[in-house]
Design a protein around this ligand. Structure first.
Ligand SMILES: Cc1ncc(COP(=O)(O)O)c(C=O)c1O
Length: 430
């Protein structure tokens, strides 16, 4: 066990060295001020396609003002656990968030990761079992050892295979009181959306099944009031908990748990470890969060969402015309080009950087071994007006992808086959 974790750390360290050596990771921006669209790196000024702030709200004047006013009123840090006392901004933010998510109780947390750490040990009893999507975010899987140490049975389910989940949940329900399924709403690397219709149907068929969904990447750009791919498009199921993250599209920082009843929310707030033993979400983030929630509740949000969608459609059309294949057909503003080896991903990210585009080179453990690639993230605001910039970006992507895959024809065929298989599987589940 110890040898395995040492080996994993050695592998991650080697990958970090490879990517930083290629000049595409562990970078430091040199800008004196950021504009949300560009980065000044030691190699030059580049367009930033690695930001998850899909709607560009982190640069919105109303959020900045909200943050500054909150600091003026409550200080930079409120250094007291919420188990003792909270600043008044929490009540204001939570009231607005309840409206965003359609009336369900919410519990604000300092981050999505800490929300999982607070909620899961409280939700899952010793007699329960846990199934988790194999690709569920690391922040969810990080809680599993603590559950397993209590004797809770934890088992992985192949990605998006609700047929396997159904079989396993049926079996586990015979020997366990409840079965929790942990998954993401939007998977952060490939941008694919969980098979939510199937999951809701499965919850109806399996009374012992509960779902815990991390929708950190669905917030903002998706659904009514930007409540995400789950709650923006459906009601919370009575056996479901959804975690929303605010450090991406929401532009503010922090997170919230959405729970089906207020008593459960109070239990997580009162008993969740980080709720008691970690510092609270700080005034600047609360002030920005309140301003962002107001925008999410206003008609302006659908305009922002529409602009992002238009941007995605334009880029997808140009990329398709140039023959660029993405690993998933998704409506999320995330695109992934799989190239196979870490070296190839590093080289491709570097070539794109030299062409003026900063993208994320993604390798294990962010993606499975041998499936490294390039992640590009779209933002609402055009990085340049009109079609010129998206066209240049699609061309650069197409050129660098061809170059990366040209290294080895067998690999190219393998990547194409894997892309096609992944698409078929996802299509079959929709
Ligand atoms: C799906 C998902 N959940 C959780 C997190 C972690 O969020 P936080 O920084 O709020 O802990 C991330 C990544 O940043 C993510 O992609």
């Amino acid at each position: 066990m110890k040898a395995a974790s040492n080996q994993r750390i050695a592998e991650v360290a080697a990958t970090a060295e490879l990517l930083s050596g290629a000049g595409v990771a562990h970078l430091r921006a040199c800008d004196r001020r950021l504009d949300g669209r560009h980065l000044e790196l030691t190699t030059g000024r580049v367009v930033h396609f690695g930001s998850c702030s899909y709607l560009g709200l982190e640069m919105d004047e109303r959020l900045k003002r909200g943050a500054c006013e909150a600091i003026e009123r409550f200080g930079v840090v409120f250094s007291s656990s919420r188990a003792y006392v909270s600043v008044p901004l929490f009540a204001e933010l939570e009231e607005l968030l309840v409206r965003v998510v359609g009336g369900f109780p919410v519990v604000v947390a300092p981050s999505t990761s800490l929300a999982h750490q607070a909620a899961l040990p409280v939700l899952v009893d010793d007699g329960d079992a846990v199934c988790f999507d194999f690709f569920a975010h690391t922040s969810l899987q990080a809680v599993l050892p603590a559950l397993a140490a209590r004797g809770v049975h934890c088992e992985p389910i192949p990605h998006d295979r609700l047929d396997v989940l159904e079989r396993r949940a049926k079996r586990l329900a015979a020997t366990h009181r409840r079965v929790f399924y942990l998954c993401d709403g939007v998977y952060s690397m490939h941008g694919d959306v969980a098979a939510l219709d199937e999951l809701y149907a499965l919850l109806e068929r399996q009374p012992a099944l509960f779902a815990y969904i991390d929708d950190a990447h669905g917030v903002g750009w998706a659904g009514r009031h930007g409540a995400g791919v789950v709650l923006g498009e459906r009601r919370l199921h009575e056996r479901m908990i959804v975690a929303l993250g605010f450090s991406k599209s929401f532009g503010a920082g922090g997170a919230a748990l959405v729970v089906p009843d207020a008593e459960l929310g109070r239990r997580i707030f009162a008993c969740g470890g980080p709720m008691i033993f970690s510092g609270p979400l700080q005034p600047a983030q609360l002030g920005a969060g309140i301003a962002s929630a107001r925008i999410h509740l206003s008609p302006e949000l659908t305009v922002l969402q529409g602009r992002l969608r238009a941007r995605m459609e334009l880029f997808d059309g140009l990329a398709a015309a140039l023959g660029v294949e993405f690993s998933a057909r998704t409506r999320a503003p995330i695109r992934f080009v799989e190239v196979g080896s870490n070296e190839r991903a590093a080289a491709m990210a570097r070539s794109l950087l030299d062409a003026g585009y900063f993208v994320n080179a993604s390798a294990f453990p962010a993606v499975p071994r041998g499936h490294a690639g390039i992640r590009l993230i779209a933002q609402r605001e055009p990085h340049a007006r009109g079609r010129a910039e998206p066209r240049a970006r699609a061309r650069a992507l197409s050129r660098q992808r061809r170059r990366a895959l040209a290294a080895d024809a067998t690999d190219r065929r393998r990547v194409r086959r894997l892309n096609a298989e992944a698409r078929r599987r996802r299509a079959a589940l929709r």
